[in-house]
Ligand binder design. Sequence first.
Ligand SMILES: [Zn+2]
Length: 128
Amino acid sequence: MDGACHCGAVRWHFDGVPESATSCNCSVCRRYGALWGYDNKGGKLSIEGETHFYSWNRKWLEFHFCPNCACIVYWRSVDTAKRPGRPVGFNLRLAAPEAVKDLPLIHHDTETKDDLPRDGKCVADVWA
Ligand SMILES: [Zn+2]
């Protein structure tokens, strides 16, 4: 699966199909409106192109974006002790809609630090 920012300068490639797409309501994700796929075991995601990043949460998360068109491409944890299972999230909104439309949607709640019960929605339900 592939994704690209609007101008095409930054691209991601995921070797496989992500299990789901996560919508997170934390203070930064809700502003970006990103849908995250996770490279859970690591090594399946590759990034091409120069990015700038915004550091957040005592600088243990970096949100990388295209310096030209400003699309959010991925985030990564620079402290793997804090997030051993999910070191990288990549923005599924940069993929072709038909490639991600059927992925089940997961709502992550930052208050409880947990995923909410699944509501049966998929990416196509929030794409428009
Ligand atoms: Zn761009």
